[in-house]
Design a protein around this ligand. Structure first.
Ligand SMILES: NC(=O)c1ccc[n+]([C@@H]2O[C@H](COP(=O)([O-])OP(=O)(O)OC[C@H]3O[C@@H](n4cnc5c(N)ncnc54)[C@H](OP(=O)(O)O)[C@@H]3O)[C@@H](O)[C@H]2O)c1
Length: 244
């Protein structure tokens, strides 16, 4: 892997993420929020309904590496249904590293769901080891699962600003990685709740009807600052900061 910007030269995912101090950037009333997406040249974030075929192993390494740097990982229910998550940090050595860094072994998994239509048999719930917090508007009860699940209910729609404030003030979440999907992402952007976007630009065309990285976003012309640009085998790894 090479770094194109800033300071061109050889690098690696590990080296790039080593200096990433996200926790110290916490806002008073909400976590520092980063998002991560892999997209094709024509802006698709799914191929055959899922994201897996878009990025390379280096993209996966970046995503998994980012998970080790935060207190919580947030996903929308649509992404959970499509991707069927397992334990957030699956590699024991990475969990041990988190503990050495003073973090809990697993980041808190945060799910946003309207209907509580959740794949309860996904490994995230059946494997144990982590913790899950679900924001929903449904009155339905969550079943007993091996992984402990806490449900926080909102009325009408999950108020994402209030949810992030709750995570910061009640759960001590300093930095949060949102892994999408596109509809959750659009709301966070629109509400001005995203601090950084990590976007993997895969060197391929997707075609089809897959979503972009922010679905339902009103027209806005929001400039971004390119904080780094990395390259490996034609795949570009961009880190953008929002400008307030
Ligand atoms: N390429 C990538 O990097 C990438 C990343 C992530 C996802 N994806 C892909 O994106 C697709 C899923 O897209 P999506 O936009 O449907 O996913 P999503 O944003 O994860 O999920 C949308 C769902 O989240 C819930 N939700 C979101 N905001 C809410 C709010 N304010 N209040 C209440 N509920 C809320 C609703 O759940 P309910 O339906 O339960 O009401 C809604 O249907 C999948 O195919 C996945 O593979 C790709």
């Amino acid at each position: 892997m090479r770094r194109l910007l800033p300071d061109p030269g050889p690098t690696s995912v590990g080296e790039q993420l080593d200096g990433l101090e996200l926790l110290a950037r916490a806002h008073d009333h909400r976590p520092y929020v980063i998002t991560n997406f892999a997209i094709t040249l024509d802006g698709r974030t799914t191929l055959h309904g899922r994201s897996g075929a878009i990025g390379s192993d280096a993209d996966t390494e970046m995503l998994v590496g980012l998970r080790t740097k935060v207190d919580a990982v947030m996903i929308g229910a649509g992404t959970l249904r499509a991707e069927r998550y397992g334990r957030v940090v699956g590699d024991p050595s990475q969990r041990a590293r988190r503990e050495r860094d003073g973090l809990p072994h697993d980041p808190l998994a945060v799910i946003v769901s309207g209907r509580l239509d959740i794949p309860w048999d996904a490994p995230l719930f059946t494997e144990g080891g982590g913790r899950v917090l679900i924001f929903t508007v449904s009155e339905a009860e969550a079943p007993e699962t091996r992984t402990p699940v806490r449900v926080v209910r909102h009325r009408g729609r999950v108020d994402l600003g209030a949810a992030l404030t709750y995570l910061r003030t009640e759960r001590g979440v300093r930095a949060l990685l949102c892994e999408g999907g596109p509809r959750l992402h659009a709301q966070l952007i629109e509400l001005g709740l995203v601090d950084e976007l990590f976007v993997t630009h895969a060197p391929k065309l997707g075609g089809g009807e897959g979503p972009t990285l922010a679905v339902g976003l009103s027209e806005l012309e929001r400039p971004l600052e390119l904080a780094w640009l990395l390259e490996q085998d034609g795949e570009l790894f961009a880190r953008y900061r929002t400008i307030s």
